[in-house]
Ligand binder design. Structure first.
Ligand SMILES: NC(=O)C1=CN([C@@H]2O[C@H](COP(=O)(O)OP(=O)(O)OC[C@H]3O[C@@H](n4cnc5c(N)ncnc54)[C@H](O)[C@@H]3O)[C@@H](O)[C@H]2O)[C@@H](O)CC1
Ligand SMILES: [K+]
Length: 500
């Protein structure tokens, strides 16, 4: 699913009105009906305080007020008049006034702000995708007031104060428990810096014309189950283990053999034909016991990885980094590997830490190699960014110029590809923020790469599968108790992709 900018969303509204065709007022009615339907299904309270300004987001609020009233809810509407009002707002204000039992209060100063009952639900219809600058004056005061006094807030389309496709750092923004957003994710609803504002996001289908999506080009895409289903290649009945590649995982050091075990076991479950693990000699028994299906490349050094004394080019894919440490002998090893291996590598954890100390190595990275940094590793590798939008822009620019795939790990992991496109993952949960989860991801991505997926495909698919397995693990154990090994144990979720 493409992720659109605020301007493209406006074009989509216009396109729908022209091609369906539907009038603006009827489209607003349809959007508000979708919101009201969701509210009636999910919210048990009966009292609603609806806050509007005079744009079309406010217009949505007025329609929701009318529809909730028709379902016998208690409704009060508060209007902050910032401009003359859009046509749709004005028409809906007149329609609402016909219902004498809905109180409409104009907010002219802070003394007009109401006292909000504890059990009232606030509908935030102040600003939507039309916000183009920081809210100030009474609008800012109202946002602060709602955040301090209201308990249950539902934002319509986007929490008021959030810009759709730029950073809103330092803006006053409504803190919502739920955001009912129309038709598609807005970029702002995918970035961690805004997580405190948008709460649970629900995308409501307001039936915008799907043909429009064929005409529009976007930098960002959302990765969901349907997207992944098209990417996944089901196994052929006539295939043998050689058809699925031979992956090499280079991981572990004394005291960190768990990282090697996790990435190797995850790789084994990715569907790859064969897995070998290069580990220091102290780790052989551990690895062969914990992952007997894998073969071992035993380093002559007891505690760390030091020597590439075999033909590494025979492996279909190589993943390096989990738990290897940053010893000088391991650093020399990594340099040797970059020179010796011509195909895309998967670099994670300490491999990234070593790389961040050797910027002269960038040209050695095989084209389309996959880097999987978390935000701190990302900052060490590239630069500190002032906000999350700047960070994903940096990731896209670095992926393009360095011809790499960058997997920026987080709640909505972002995958920047060499083509300049960025993909937001939608699977996964907070329980996956646990030690070893990244090692599991490295194993999965390396296994997919070995099976012949392109680097971008392996990264997108790997991140999604990792999240799916994490979601399954959270169902069994809960987000708190789940551990990284549970993600591996739930990789059987891949079978959902195998059904036609
Ligand atoms: N027909 C349509 O175009 C539809 C629009 N819809 C709603 O319309 C919204 C967009 O409406 P609008 O474009 O009218 O804009 P908004 O209602 O989001 O914002 C109101 C107006 O406030 C002004 N403004 C922007 N930033 C401000 C600031 N910091 N302080 C004071 N004023 C500011 C702008 O002129 C803007 O038009 C969507 O988010 C959605 O809720 C939905 O009803 C679906 C259909
Ligand atoms: K809003």
């Amino acid at each position: 699913m493409k992720i659109l900018s605020a301007a493209q969303i406006r074009e989509w509204d216009q396109y729908t009105m022209q091609h369906e065709p539907i009038s603006p007022i009827d489209l607003m009615e349809r959007a508000a009906e979708a919101c009201t339907h969701w509210i009636l299904e999910h919210i048990s309270q009966d009292i609603f305080y609806i806050f509007c300004t005079t744009g079309n987001n406010g217009g949505d609020g007025l329609v929701i007020a009318r529809l909730l009233k028709s379902h016998n809810k208690q409704v009060k509407v508060f209007v902050l008049s910032l401009s003359a009002g859009t046509d749709c707002f004005n028409i809906n204000l007149e329609r609402l006034k016909q219902i004498s039992t809905v109180e409409i209060i104009t907010l002219k100063s802070t003394s007009d702000f109401p006292s909000i009952p504890n059990d009232a639900v606030i509908i935030d219809a102040l600003f939507g995708t039309g916000l183009n600058r920081k809210p100030e004056g009474l609008a800012a005061e109202l946002i602060h007031f709602i955040n301090h006094t209201a308990k249950h807030v539902i934002a319509i389309d986007i929490p008021s104060g959030l810009l759709c496709d730029r950073s809103s750092k330092d803006f006053p923004v409504i803190k919502a428990a739920h955001t009912l957003s129309f038709q598609c994710y807005k970029p702002a609803l995918l970035l961690p810096e805004n997580a405190v504002y948008f709460g649970n996001v629900h995308i409501l289908d307001i039936k915008l014309h799907t043909d429009f999506l064929h005409t529009v080009d976007t930098n960002y895409e959302l990765v969901d189950f349907n997207f992944i289903k098209q990417l996944y290649k089901p196994r052929n009945a006539f295939s043998h283990k050689g058809s699925f590649g031979h992956a090499l995982i280079i991981a572990g050091s004394y005291g960190k053999m768990g990282a090697a075990v996790l990435s190797t076991r995850a790789c084994l479950r990715s569907g790859v034909g064969l897995v070998s693990a290069h580990v220091p000699s102290c780790g052989v028994t551990i690895l062969q016991t914990a992952a007997p299906e894998a073969m071992c490349r035993v380093d002559r050094n007891e505690k760390v990885i030091t020597k590439l004394d075999y033909d590494v080019t025979s492996y279909s894919a190589v993943g390096v980094g989990p738990g290897i440490g940053t010893d000088s002998a391991t650093t020399a090893f990594l340099h040797h590997l970059l020179v010796a291996y011509p195909k895309p590598l998967v670099l994670d954890a300490d491999a990234l830490n070593i790389l961040s100390e050797h910027s002269e190595w960038w040209p050695l990275l095989p084209p389309h190699s996959i880097l999987t940094p978390h935000p701190k590793e990302f900052a060490r590798l590239f630069e500190e960014n002032k906000d999350d939008f700047a960070r994903i822009e940096t990731a896209l620019q670095q992926a393009r110029t360095k011809n790499l795939v960058i997997v920026l790990k987080g709640h909505r992991t972002f995958i920047a590809t060499p083509s300049g496109k960025g993909y937001f993952n939608t699977s996964g949960n907070a329980g996956m923020a646990t030690g070893g989860s990244g090692d599991v991801l490295t194993g999965i991505i390396t296994g997919l790469l070995a099976q012949g997926y392109s680097s971008s495909e392996a990264a997108i698919l790997g991140v999604y599968i990792h999240g799916m397995a994490g979601d399954q693990a959270a169902l069994h154990y809960g987000m708190g108790p789940m551990i990284a090994g549970d993600i591996i144990d739930n990789l059987s979720v891949i079978k959902q992709l195998e059904t036609v």
